[in-house]
Design a protein around this ligand. Structure first.
Ligand SMILES: [Zn+2]
Length: 150
């Protein structure tokens, strides 16, 4: 069920509002998601607003550089990011939503990001969202930052 939720980093410098569906909760086995413990909620950028914290964000990238991993440079929390598998979308870290009970979160979907090419083929074969060719996560993140409220 789609609902409007707010969330943010730990220190409060970074705040967002998004339309999320907690039934779509997924986890990923890739190196960065494993270390961060991210639980993903995919959101279209039109349904995501950065309420504040634009200047607090530092962006981490690795390997292909398509995925954009912003984090609060003060507290280190990664409240959202742009995934390589769907670089025209935003992933909200469900653990960073306000009032969330972490241990009660039960992912219903799994992306085997440790074997990314196979996982991506499999995801699309099962009806997953297909990003228009040539879309780069940096453009998606820039668009979000450009229309951030603060
Ligand atoms: Zn912070």
């Amino acid at each position: 069920m789609l609902e409007t939720r707010e969330g943010g980093c730990h220190c409060g410098r970074v705040r967002f509002r998004a339309q999320v569906d907690l039934d779509l909760l997924s986890q990923c086995s890739c190196t960065v998601c494993t270390k961060k413990g991210i639980l993903h909620l995919p959101v279209f950028p039109a349904d995501f607003t950065l309420l504040r914290g634009k200047d607090a964000l530092t962006v981490y990238t690795f390997e292909t550089g398509v995925a954009q991993h912003p984090f609060c440079s003060h507290c280190g929390m990664a409240a959202f990011y742009v995934p390589r598998s769907q670089p025209d979308k935003v992933t909200v870290n469900a653990r960073c939503l306000d009032g969330i009970d972490g241990p009660s979160l039960k992912p219903t979907r799994f992306f085997d990001g440790r074997h990314w090419e196979d996982a991506q083929r499999n995801r699309i074969a099962h009806g997953g969202h297909v990003t228009p060719p040539g879309t780069h996560g940096a453009d998606t993140l820039k668009a979000i930052l450009d229309r951030a409220l603060a």
